[in-house]
Design a protein around this ligand. Structure first.
Ligand code: ZN
Ligand code: ZN
Length: 146
């Protein structure tokens, strides 16, 4: 578990003023690396912070992403997901249960792209989709019966 001291240090490192609500949201992200959505963060924290609004969660997550403290993932077409792990890694989304997992990148060469000096890449995400370990058998039997 990351303690509150580390959470505050992380916010300050990325130039985010550590208010109580921002600390709570960053704390949640750093201790729940399941790529939560705005709704997940809000419903997990609203019991302990009754004054927290969904709008605050939304704007705080946007701010954290903009400052580079968290990654914003568009792997899920319905919901943006957030990740406190900002090291380079790929993501995998299960088409059956919707869970999002981290995949280590074998090497940066694996996703090397040729820009020919034309483009300046400021961010990139590698998304993989398929069936997770606990769904692959179920997904296969659904496919067979279809
Ligand atoms: Zn799954
Ligand atoms: Zn991740």
């Amino acid at each position: 578990m990351k303690n509150q001291h580390e959470v505050i240090a992380k916010l300050e490192q990325f130039g985010v003023k550590p208010s109580l609500q921002r600390i709570a949201i960053m704390d949640y992200l750093m201790n729940n690396l399941v790529h939560p959505t705005v709704d997940t963060v809000f419903s997990s924290l609203s019991a302990s912070i009754p004054t927290l609004s969904k709008t605050t969660v939304y704007s705080t997550l946007k701010l954290l992403a903009q400052q580079g403290a968290v990654l914003e993932l568009n792997i899920d077409d319905k919901n943006v997901r957030y990740d406190a792990n900002i090291s380079r890694h790929a993501h995998f989304r299960c088409k059956f249960c919707g869970s999002v997992h981290d995949l280590p990148l074998a090497s940066l060469d694996a996703v090397a792209v040729e820009t020919a000096g034309k483009f300046v890449i400021t961010e990139s995400q590698l998304y993989c989709k398929g069936y997770c370990d606990s769904c692959k058998d179920k997904a296969e039997s659904v496919a067979r019966s279809a």
